[in-house]
Design a protein around this ligand. Structure first.
Ligand code: HEM
Length: 376
């Protein structure tokens, strides 16, 4: 277990070639073995370039109006229901919808519903005991995963038939050819689509849920965030004009709240790698085949780098953290390509929440967040 920034950097960045990603086989089977995060070397680099290009700022800025549409309809559905909601599950729906948008652009309703229904089963079985006995959550998930392959195959054929050259992630996958003119197989594309959806959903949903909790806990901070967002709301003619990319880039306080929530919650607390050869680090031997865990949470909660680490204090991000001490999105060749999209989703949701809803409403939502925390 590596709890120092130097050791995490050694494994993830400077000596990344001596380690490989490692996941339990049962999980690899559910996501799909061709998903980029199980790989290293040439295949990983090629896939990563495609995913990164589809999630680059110049691409995701075009998604802002649609992300806003999703955020607004989520919030309106809460208001319409007039009841308490489970914030985390609501945010899961939101991040799933944004994931679908970034992969497929606008998608036919029928396909969308089939994807959602089967993906939900995969998600449910992901952390269950991996036994293939009929009726178990794991077996249901495996069956749903097979159906997802069929559905994704149909989506791919329908796009190929219509010769649609979209600039979304699926478009990037479909138009890819390697140096030998070889295209990606339908299976490789399907595994990477499920991989991205998986990487994007719970992570983003958790961070937004934590942001709402931390804002609730500090009414003064909430007022300050609200003032920052109201200024933008007023510039946009009382919210009648949509948010622009530039506006999402100049929300300094709200951005710091998101960064501090990422630090405090450290959603991905650690990651795993496996040594592919005997590795020596500062006189210690890491034998070939041993697992290594860079511990992001320990680094984020070390008072040497973040004084009073248990205190929620967005002002600490007025100054950039010391190099390699803040890694909510990992580091090195496998660092998160979706980090800008995740932050964008959070900023857009916060904007519409604080400019359109009263504190009492937030308080009610937070009761559910607290219930959720108790359940864990
Ligand atoms: C707040 C939300 C998110 C957090 C905290 C997060 C965190 C991370 C971390 C720590 C890693 C590196 C794991 C490792 O090194 O083993 C990672 C990788 C990855 N993330 Fe995210 N992520 C988030 C949102 C997203 C989104 C929205 C997407 C896509 C739309 C995404 C796609 C990916 C992919 C594809 C990888 C694998 C990259 C590779 O292996 O090269 N993530 N994420």
């Amino acid at each position: 277990m590596l709890a120092s920034p130097e050791a995490a950097r050694f494994v993830l960045v400077t000596h990344a070639h001596l380690f490989k990603p490692t996941y339990p086989k049962s999980k690899e089977r559910l996501i799909g073995p061709h998903a980029l995060f199980f790989h290293r070397g040439g295949y990983h680099a090629r896939l990563r370039r495609l995913v990164q290009n589809s999630l680059a700022p110049q691409t995701i800025k075009k998604l802002i109006p649609d992300i806003q549409g999703i955020a607004v309809s989520t919030l309106e559905s809460w208001a319409a229901s007039g009841q308490g909601v489970n914030t985390f599950y609501e945010m899961k729906k939101l991040s799933f919808d944004v994931g679908i948008l970034s992969i497929f652009g606008h998608m036919e309703r029928g396909f969308r519903e089939m994807l959602e229904e089967n993906y939900r089963k995969v998600d449910k079985g992901y952390n269950s005991f991996p036994t293939n006995i009929p009726g178990t959550a794991y077996q249901q998930a495996i069956l749903a995963r097979k159906r997802l392959n069929r559905i994704l195959g149909e989506i791919i054929s329908s796009r190929t038939e219509k010769r649609l050259l979209e600039k979304d992630m699926l478009g990037h996958f479909l138009s890819f050819k390697d140096e030998n003119d070889k295209k990606l197989s339908d299976e490789q594309i399907a595994d990477n689509i499920i991989g991205v959806l998986f990487a994007a959903q719970d992570t983003t949903a958790s961070v937004i849920t934590w942001v709402l909790k931390f804002l609730h806990d500090d009414p003064q901070l909430l007022e300050a965030v609200k003032a920052e967002q109201m200024a933008i709301y007023d510039t946009n003619n009382g919210g009648k004009m949509p948010l622009t990319w530039e506006q999402t880039r100049s929300m300094p306080l709200t951005h710091r709240v998101v960064m501090e929530s990422l630090r405090m919650a450290s959603i991905i607390s650690f990651t795993f790698r496996e040594a592919v050869v005997d590795v020596e680090y500062k006189g210690y031997l890491i034998p070939k085949g041993w697992k290594v865990m860079p511990l992001f949470r320990n680094i984020h909660h070390n008072p040497e780098f973040f004084p009073n680490p248990q205190e929620f204090d967005p002002s600490r991000f007025e100054v950039a953290p010391k190099a390699n001490t803040f890694m909510p999105f990992g580091n090195g060749v496998h660092a998160c390509p979706g980090n800008e999209l995740a932050k964008l989703e959070a900023l857009i949701l916060i904007h519409h929440l604080v400019t359109n809803f009263r504190y009492l409403f937030i308080y009610m939502i937070l009761l559910d967040v607290l219930k959720l925390c108790l359940r864990f």
